[in-house]
Design a protein around this ligand. Sequence first.
Ligand SMILES: [Zn+2]
Ligand SMILES: [Zn+2]
Length: 43
Amino acid sequence: MTICAKCENDVNKVYDCDHTKFKDYCVECYQELHYNLTEESSC
Ligand SMILES: [Zn+2]
Ligand SMILES: [Zn+2]
């Protein structure tokens, strides 16, 4: 199990990219972050 760096939930799978500053985010936080970044290139 891994802790999401944003919501601090215990999740099975985490995602990271330069937008999360390479911290581990759960899928919900990761998608929410990218939802607000539509003007930038996605990854
Ligand atoms: Zn989260
Ligand atoms: Zn990204």
